[in-house]
Design a protein around this ligand. Structure first.
Ligand code: SF4
Ligand code: SF4
Length: 201
């Protein structure tokens, strides 16, 4: 079994990409006058599946740096989370459980959190090589701002996700030694990633 672990050089590039994403997000949030301050919701209980080895490896890197007691606590929460998801799905419901990395509203692995944790909120656009364009509307609070001030999401300030995702895709290909297409597809919650250990094939 080969573990897929990021080199320090790859981690530095990943952090640079995440920093660019944060800057782009902040700029759009400022233009819209949007922030999470005072929101009664908490997006950390949203059910998301994650799809890249590179995000998994970076999350795992952060987890592996925690002390043993903290790791055991998180893994216990991950088991509860997975069991809770299974019960919800058995009831034909979409799971809505607090992320096992959230402690009193704060992310235990904030630096290592995943893409969706960093991008949800403000509108964004992604352009595909075939010319297709995908619009992301942002969270419900941001959508209220957009609809009250702009004719449509296309005319509202938005993050251009394409260059950031291209950089992550390049890292994904390098991490997978350009065998990504032949590896099992990643489709996991954060809890499932951490319970599975380091990404490997
Ligand atoms: S992203 Fe939106 S819904 Fe989520 S916490 Fe922030 S303001 Fe609330
Ligand atoms: S990884 Fe952190 S930011 Fe993302 S859902 Fe979990 S607690 Fe929230």
């Amino acid at each position: 079994m080969t573990e897929l672990l990021l080199s320090s050089e790859q981690m530095a590039r990943m952090e640079a990409t995440y920093a660019e994403m944060a800057d782009a997000y902040s700029l759009v949030a400022a233009e819209l006058g949007f922030s999470c301050d005072g929101c009664a919701d908490n997006c950390c209980d949203s059910y998301f599946l994650h799809h890249t080895y590179v995000e998994w490896a970076y999350l795992w890197q952060g987890f592996s740096e925690l002390e043993a007691g903290a790791q055991a606590d998180i893994l216990g929460r991950c088991r509860d989370y997975v069991a809770g998801c299974q019960m919800a799905e058995a009831r034909q419901e979409r799971p809505q459980l607090m992320c096992p990395l959230n402690r009193e509203g704060l992310c235990v692995l904030y630096k290592h959190r995943l893409l969706v944790c960093r991008t949800h909120g403000v509108p964004a656009v992604m352009r595909f090589p075939n010319g297709q364009i995908r619009h992301f509307l942002g969270c419900f609070r941001c959508q209220e701002i957009v609809t009250s001030r702009f004719a449509g999401t296309e005319s509202a300030p938005h993050v251009e996700r394409t260059p950031h995702l291209s950089q992550l895709l390049q890292l994904e290909n390098e991490l997978c030694l350009y065998k990504r297409a032949s590896l099992p597809k990643v489709k996991k919650t954060i809890a499932e990633m951490l319970l599975a250990g380091a990404p490997s094939y």
